[in-house]
Design a protein around this ligand. Structure first.
Ligand SMILES: Cc1cc2nc3c(=O)[nH]c(=O)nc-3n(C[C@H](O)[C@H](O)[C@H](O)COP(=O)(O)O)c2cc1C
Length: 381
């Protein structure tokens, strides 16, 4: 199977599975506990039908949207994800370059493997920096300052990872940073030598968002210990409110689900929220962003940009979320499997296919611009 034969999410997933050692593939593919929420994220879209209109003169379609002050040429962006250079040696550079080519935004994780400064300097498209809240307030301030100086467009605080999710696939393979593979995990690496050669012949794996501030080098700090020892589970609304004031710019909370929390986010001055269950990797059995979208948009959609992510595999999924009132939609595994399959060319192909699907689906829906999508286009089954 080659990149040119990848026509959808499932094709990219199959190619990524062939290229990656199984423990890394499972880290991307898996979710928490019984993976109920992971499956439901995509299944939710199946309970909603699109009702097209006809004869509307749709020769040209405008896919652009404005979200949190950023103009995007299409209504999807690459959500921040950890450890991208493990999936392909170009990692975040490949994702940022492909997102730039399609005029959209990309996120850089706190657990990113290329520095936010390098990405900001090399690519001109809007950049989100995903932040975790540390016990050490001085450290938080220093990291915010660094992001400000780098010219980050949107600060995004992830609030659904106050403790790590129970990812049993990773327990079985021993996937962790630094690696602590089980025997089966080691064998899985041994049978994918091409990945190993690539990994060893490119620049050393680093976590540059953190290792300037925390001693992550020399394997002194594992990611597991980073979550349990460095992050602050006592974080509350007052802390976030202070952070919003300090940042004094576009500020997004990622991992909101309830209407009450959405209202609170609007009250403390957040400019965006992402309805997200972290791709089914945290609280299994939790609600999906898509299922929760209508009530949150009704409550706060006039005050704050409501975004969703989770389970997006098709242009029609995006159109359903936009019709309910989402301002934009985040992609996770949709671009990660292409990254693992073929680096920048893979992500660019996936985003290109998404753009083509969105244009075609908008025409078939009888809509010339995203503003023309509405709940009148939807029926729930
Ligand atoms: C491998 C992987 C790593 C992720 N790392 C992060 C992260 O570091 N920070 C974060 O806020 N979200 C992270 N996420 C969640 C994504 O940003 C996004 O919310 C999720 O992937 C959306 O679901 P989807 O993969 O079904 O599209 C990660 C997701 C995956 C699959």
């Amino acid at each position: 199977m080659r990149l040119e034969s990848c026509h959808n999410f499932h094709d990219f997933r199959a190619l990524a599975k062939r290229r990656l050692p199984a423990p890394i593939f499972d880290y991307i593919d898996g979710g928490a506990d019984d993976e109920v929420t992971l499956r439901k994220n995509t299944a939710s879209f199946g309970r909603c039908d699109l009702v097209p209109n006809i004869l509307r003169g749709v020769e040209a379609v405008d896919l652009s949207v404005s979200v949190m002050g950023q103009k995007l040429a299409m209504p999807v962006y690459c959500s921040p994800t950890a450890l991208q250079r493990l999936f392909h040696h170009k990692g975040e550079r490949a994702v940022a370059a492909a997102a730039a080519k399609f005029g959209t935004m990309f996120g850089v994780s706190s657990l990113g493997t290329v520095s936010l400064e390098e990405l900001r300097t090399r690519y001109g498209n809007p950049q989100v920096y995903q932040f975790y809240f540390h016990r050490d307030r001085g450290l938080n301030r220093a990291m915010l300052q660094r992001a400000k100086e780098a010219g980050i467009n949107v600060l995004l605080l992830t609030v659904d990872s106050i403790t790590g999710g129970n990812r049993e696939r990773d327990l079985r393979t021993g996937f962790a940073i630094p690696f602590s593979l089980t025997l089966a995990g080691m064998l899985a690496f041994a049978i994918k030598p091409a990945w190993g050669i690539n990994y060893l012949t490119h620049e050393k794996f680093r976590l540059p968002q953190l290792d300037q501030h925390i001693d992550m080098g020399g394997d002194t700090m594992s990611i597991g210990r980073y979550f349990t020892e460095m992050l602050d589970p006592s974080m509350n609304w007052d802390d976030v409110s202070a952070m919003v004031r300090e940042w004094d710019g576009q500020f997004c909370l990622k991992g909101v689900m309830s209407v009450d929390d959405a209202r609170h986010a609007a009250e403390i001055g957040c400019t965006g929220i992402v309805l997200s269950n972290h791709g089914g990797r945290q609280l299994d059995g939790s609600r999906t962003g898509f299922d929760q979208l209508a009530e949150v948009v009704d409550a706060v959609g006039d005050r704050i940009d409501v975004i969703m992510d989770g389970g997006i595999q098709r242009g029609t999924h995006v159109l359903k979320a936009l019709s309910l009132g989402a301002k934009a939609v985040g992609l996770g595994r949709y671009y990660l499997f292409p990254l693992a399959a073929a680096g920048e060319a893979g992500v660019a192909r996936a985003l290109g296919l998404m753009r083509t699907e969105l244009e075609r689906d908008m025409k078939l829906m009888g809509c010339r611009s995203v503003a023309e999508l509405s709940r009148k286009n939807l029926r729930f089954t």
